[in-house]
Design a protein around this ligand. Structure first.
Ligand code: SF4
Ligand code: SF4
Ligand code: FES
Length: 470
């Protein structure tokens, strides 16, 4: 492998790698704004300029590929002076409103200013201000904070496949906006907030909810479709405040679709049933389990399991069903029209898939058959994680819900045993291409909800334990 020297350290690199990435390999940070590893390189901000031996001028590290024998200094006096000058230049028009900005604590402008800027600034001129048009339901725009890095424009055209963000005017009057001030159209709009290195584009869904440094982060996987995009759940005090993409070059790169990003809302939906119910009334766990067992006892039962459950949960059901209801069928449901992986396909050219649950492939691997049409039955046990689309069970009198349901979804159920969503449990899911990934528990189960294994144990052994114990 070819080698170059960065700040006195010899580094191996692959042909074509730029100096930011090569320096990163040995833990040397080169500050930057406009560069993003998944977007084209435009070398606009000049923050990443470094000294390269035998080159008279500073070179932008984002647009300079490493070369054999190259000697680079990222921390020379000239490089440091450039960083200070660029920071001073970028802040000439910045409102410095970090105390009320949602990006504070995770803002490249703030971090680079602190690490590489100067505490002293020479300007006293009035700052430029903009009137901001509404950008639709996902993104809140504040152009006073913009540093014109154009990452958002490039994300639109290069990743989302829509040229909706543009730069209008020139020089000091440059403004990033949408064409004709229209609302954003892409289904991937949340990513604009992630890639903006300042607080110019923030998520409406998250604004003013929490300071970034108060959030506890759990690495997990999106359950929004069979793609299995990697994400982090950010919570504080057991309340989920947002989910953000977790980079995985082989699955989702750096992105999430909006459907997956905002899917977590059902977990904290006040209409979610989080206490056991018998009919329309709140109940105790013992009474609800007893009611459910009585309703299903001696009947011809069909067990319907959502493909939003984990592999472990599906396996538990495979063991439980023959014991509790000998001879009964265990069938899966999830996305109407996409009952098998053979019918699953990309839903767009970016990430989304047609199967709107995370584990259809896992259920097939366990040999569980799909629900094609409702078999004749006297009673039904519906088990789901929260996302699988419920089959029609209205008109049937002995329907028991086990898992995550809203009040209206379960209004006709004889009993509800509240279970856990994807954010409240550990488990394995298998994406459309057979990749096994782990869901990680980010919050404790909401209300009185219980893990599926616990509920099945109660079911099999109820009567043996005292009510006070659960
Ligand atoms: S809005 Fe953000 S991403 Fe877009 S140009 Fe301005 S600073 Fe860059
Ligand atoms: S494409 Fe699917 S897995 Fe990825 S973020 Fe969207 S819903 Fe989630
Ligand atoms: S990151 Fe290199 S010029 Fe902006």
């Amino acid at each position: 492998m070819p080698k170059c020297t960065i700040d006195g350290r010899e580094v191996e690199f692959k042909a074509g790698e730029n100096l930011i990435e090569v320096a990163r390999k040995v833990g040397i940070e080169v500050p930057y704004f406009c560069y993003h590893p998944a977007l084209t390189v435009v070398a606009q901000c000049r923050m990443c300029a470094v000294e390269v031996e035998k080159m008279p001028k500073l070179q932008t590290a984002c647009s300079t590929p490493a070369a054999e024998g190259m000697v680079v200094r990222t921390n020379s006096e000239r490089a440091k002076q450039n960083q200070k000058s660029i920071m001073e230049f970028l802040l000439i028009n910045h409102p410095l409103d970090c105390p009320i900005c949602d990006k504070a604590g995770e803002c490249d402008l703030q971090d680079n200013s602190y690490k590489y800027g100067d505490a002293y600034m020479r300007t006293s001129e009035e700052r430029r201000t903009y009137l901001d048009l509404d950008m639709g339901p996902v993104i809140k725009k504040n152009m006073n904070r913009c540093i014109h890095c154009t990452r958002c424009i490039r994300f639109g055209t290069e990743v989302a496949g829509i040229h909706e963000m543009v730069a209008v005017q020139r020089g000091n009057n440059t403004e990033i906006t949408t064409i004709d001030g229209r609302p954003l159209e892409t289904d991937y709009a949340g990513n604009y907030a992630d890639i903006c290195p300042t607080g110019s584009l923030t998520l409406k869904d998250f604004r003013f909810h929490k300071r970034a440094w108060m959030l506890k982060k759990t690495a997990t996987v999106c359950e929004g479709c069979s793609k299995g995009c990697n994400m982090e759940i950010h919570q504080d005090n057991n309340v989920i405040h947002r989910t953000v993409p977790r980079a995985n070059p082989e699955i989702n790169k750096y992105w999430l679709c909006d459907e997956g990003r905002f899917n977590y809302h059902y977990v904290v939906d006040p209409k979610r049933v989080t206490a056991p119910k018998v009919g329309a009334e709140r109940s105790t766990w013992h009474a609800a389990v007893a009611e459910a067992k009585a309703r299903l006892h001696g009947k011809k039962v069909v067990v319907l399991a959502g493909t939003d459950l984990t592999l472990e949960e599906a396996k538990l059901l495979q063991d439980f069903v023959p014991k509790a209801f000998p001879g009964s069928a265990l069938l899966h449901f999830g996305t109407p029209g996409i009952e098998t992986t053979a019918k699953d396909a990309p839903a767009d050219k970016i990430l989304k898939r047609k199967s709107k649950t995370s584990n259809l492939n896992g259920f097939e691997k366990l040999g569980i058959k799909p629900l094609e049409s409702m078999p004749a039955a006297d009673a039904i046990l519906v088990v789901r994680g929260g996302r699988a689309q419920l089959p029609k069970v209205e008109g049937l009198s002995n329907v028991i819900g086990l898992g995550v349901f809203t009040e209206s979804e379960s209004a006709s159920f004889a009993a509800v045993l509240p279970g856990t969503s994807f954010a409240e449990k550990d488990g394995t899911i298998v994406n459309y291409e057979g990749r096994e990934q782990r869901l990680r528990r980010a919050i404790t189960p909401v209300g009185q909800s219980k893990a599926l294994g616990e509920v099945l144990m109660l079911w099999l052994h109820s009567g043996a334990a005292k009510e006070a114990a659960v």
